[in-house]
Design a protein around this ligand. Structure first.
Ligand code: UDP
Ligand code: MG
Length: 327
């Protein structure tokens, strides 16, 4: 049996590391094509689908050179501007034509050496392979800690479960890809979350994230916080219900105060300070709840406007991509 692997690679200002990424992955994919992995039963061809997410450096030129030298295997999808990593992965999902889609970052933090192991899992009958990061060398202890807390929190308040350390490195077969392509067109997106909640036969491979080959991370703490808030809102309506709990708590406090006042025969509980503290506390809770509702409304607003997830300026498909679509 012959399978086509599509490697989907989001690229935003990665000019320095792109060539090394291409050389490393190409070597492994060529070895797989030549049948140099005895543990694999199928034969594999491959497509490397780069999505240029509005890079402002020389990444576009480097991609053109890679495409020029390897028309057969390289696809380049170029966006009209920067739409973000999730949008880039979505475009890869839409344009790649493989039976196995592997999503990877362009900075070699996701070890390409694991590609044969991923293929092996598909041969064993799995349909989704999630890659869980055990350690992220370059992220720093604060980023690692907050990431751990984030997964714990979201799993507590949401019906859907995310694997701790799940990353944007994952692989799906064509059936799972079809579901994501057709039924998961939200504007506020979190692909690794969608992947873990559409069912199918799933397995996890653990890996250690390496250092970036070049450049620096595009996610600072502010962007990560925004991504976390969006994800919590997309996957849970629990924050919306906080208002009811706060209402109950305030009601119980009120009743307790009435009883207290009654038993002290009308004597005020403890004067000015108490009133000010209770007022401040209650208004803080109220404003926080308003803020939470505001966040949900802003996401609803973005969904209702129904703007495109990404806009493509240009697509140059690999020969294997076109052949696979024609058959
Ligand atoms: N990326 C992208 N669009 C963006 C930001 C990042 O396509 O707006 C790509 C980037 O080129 C890389 C991947 O997404 O291939 C992950 O980004 P990064 O390495 O900065 O994130 P980190 O690994 O630090 O979480
Ligand atoms: Mg990275």
């Amino acid at each position: 049996m012959s399978e086509l692997i599509s490697l989907i690679v989001s690229v935003y200002n990665e000019e320095k590391g792109l060539r090394q990424f291409y050389d490393t992955t190409k070597r492994i994919l060529e070895d797989m094509r030549a049948g140099k992995y005895p543990a694999l039963k199928c034969t594999y061809d491959y497509e490397i689908c780069f999505v240029n997410d509005g890079s402002t450096d020389e990444s576009g030129r480097v991609l053109q050179e890679l495409k020029g030298a390897d028309q057969k295997h390289v696809t380049v999808v170029t966006f009209s501007k920067n739409f973000g990593h999730e949008a880039a992965m979505t475009a890869g999902l839409d344009y790649a034509s493989g039976n196995i889609l592997i999503f990877m970052d362009a900075d070699l933090q996701h070890p390409p050496e694991l590609i044969p192991e991923i293929a092996k899992r598909f041969e064993a009958g799995f349909e989704i392979v999630s890659m869980a990061r055990t350690k992220n060398e370059s992220a720093g202890s604060l980023k690692n800690l907050t990431s751990g807390l984030f997964y714990k929190f979201i799993n507590k308040i949401s019906d859907t479960q995310l694997i701790p350390g799940a990353s944007d490195f994952f692989a799906i077969n064509d059936k799972a890809a079809e579901v994501l392509k057709c039924n998961y067109r939200e504007k506020v997106r979190f692909m690794r979350g969608f992947v873990q909640n559409i069912g199918f036969n799933k397995t996890v491979i653990e890996y250690e994230a390496a250092e970036r080959v070049a450049g620096s991370s595009h996610y600072n703490m502010k962007k990560l916080l925004k991504l976390s808030v969006d994800t919590i809102i997309c996957f849970s309506d629990m924050p919306l219900k906080l208002g009811i709990y706060a209402g109950f708590a305030a009601g119980i406090m009120g009743v307790a105060l009435i009883i207290y006042t009654f038993f002290t025969r009308g004597g005020a509980p403890s004067g000015y300070a108490t009133i000010v503290i209770v007022l401040c506390f209650m208004s803080a809770v109220l404003f926080m709840l308003l803020g939470i509702i505001g966040e949900y409304m802003s996401i609803l607003f973005r969904e209702i406007k129904d703007k495109p997830i990404y806009i493509v300026r240009n697509v140059e498909a690999a020969e294997v991509n076109r052949e696979n679509r024609d058959t």
